[in-house]
Design a protein around this ligand. Structure first.
Ligand code: GTP
Ligand code: MG
Ligand code: NA
Length: 338
């Protein structure tokens, strides 16, 4: 209905895949940032969150001339590590999301953590889109910066197109071996049963418009109920960390509901929110930077919370708010069940 369309929250999208397939670089390409180069060893070791306002998505997809209007306020993207030792973080990220991007390196095909990610997604029946990344590494690639993928592909030589098709066919076969049908997104006639593949380059940006548009269109078309804002609090702690000048803080993803400065929160500890902080839109929550202060924040959003006693908070657990009519002991019991 019209009513619920006006009350959609931002979809939460988790980006997953094997180490070094280009997850963080893809986000850097969309944000216009350089997070990946600042990572120790070029390895992601924490969960991140970035908010993309609808306005930026509209700008980034305009060449595709999609007349479908954006109904969601934006997109909240959760970055996860691909290194094998971080299965718990991939599980935490995939447990929060409405949709995922599974990144596959076109030169490597499916790798161990691709399959592990796939199994996490299957387990929860989570929809996903495959980003077939690093197409610029195909021999002789002609850069068409930030172009839609069909346009970029038309500029390529016959030999390159043949190599692309050969690798694509092999990767579709590898997915088939995992029990999944996949197809290039613009050839996919049965979305929902067959998963879509979007070829991308995180270095030169080809396919990024397609990936963003597909994410937004697919979520707002098929997940209206799930994305209808609910005032019932749903909030998960991503990371617990010390930030200079703020003491121990927690990074959370607010999936539903609203948080206010001063709210009494219950995790393993009872405390009240001193400050509600977010990075600027299109900036990574896990990267130290300047924060915006908020009196209140409505879901969905990645938020840094400062408060006393947060050193006792536990990543991966839920955060609960004591409402005016709540009995604090009941809220504590709910929190203990995590
Ligand atoms: P983890 O988070 O550690 O699992 O890695 P990741 O998947 O986030 O990959 P990351 O963004 O760290 O990129 C790994 C390496 O691949 C870096 O050297 C990137 O510059 C390079 N890379 C990523 N995407 C592309 C791409 O589209 N084309 C090319 N040529 N290189 C890329
Ligand atoms: Mg990364
Ligand atoms: Na990496």
């Amino acid at each position: 209905s019209k009513q619920s369309e006006d009350n959609l929250r931002s979809p939460i999208c988790c980006i997953m895949g094997h180490v070094d397939t280009g997850k963080t670089k893809l986000l850097d390409c969309i944000r216009g940032t350089n997070v990946q180069e600042g990572e120790a060893g070029g390895i992601t070791q924490q969960i991140g969150a970035t908010y993309f306002p609808a306005e930026n998505i509209r700008e980034r997809t305009k060449e595709l001339k999609a007349d479908a209007k954006l109904k969601v306020p934006g997109l909240l993207v959760i970055d996860t590590p691909g290194h094998e030792s971080f299965t718990n973080l991939r599980s935490r990220g995939s447990g929060l999301c409405d949709i995922a991007i599974l990144v596959v390196d076109i030169m490597h095909g499916l790798e161990p953590q691709t399959i592990e990610s796939l199994n996490l997604l299957k387990m929860r029946n989570t929809e996903f889109i495959v980003a077939l990344n690093k197409v610029d590494r195909l021999y002789g690639w002609k850069v068409c910066r930030n172009a839609p993928i069909v346009k970029a592909m038309k500029q390529q030589s016959k030999d390159l197109q043949n190599e692309f098709n050969m690798r694509l066919t092999q990767i579709i076969t590898q997915f088939k071996e995992q029990g999944l049908n996949t197809e290039l997104y613009y050839k996919n006639k049965e979305m929902g049963e067959t998963f879509s593949i979007v070829p991308t380059s995180a270095i030169s940006g080809e396919g990024i418009p397609d990936l963003l548009l597909l994410l937004v269109q697919w979520t707002q078309k098929t997940m209206v109920e799930k994305l209808t804002y609910s005032s019932e609090m749903q909030c998960t702690v991503l990371e617990v960390k010390v930030v200079e000048g703020h003491g121990t803080t927690i990074d959370v993803v607010l999936v539903n509901g609203v948080l206010h400065e001063g709210d009494q929160i219950v995790g393993p500890i009872v405390t009240s929110i001193r400050a509600l902080l977010t990075p600027h839109p299109m900036k990574e929550l896990r990267v130290k930077g300047t924060y915006l202060h908020h009196k209140k924040i409505k879901a969905a959003m990645g938020i840094k919370i400062t408060a006393q006693g947060l050193e006792h908070a536990i990543a991966g657990t839920g955060l609960y708010v004591v409402g005016p009519d709540d009995d604090i002991e009941d809220v504590k019991d709910a929190a203990m069940e995590d």
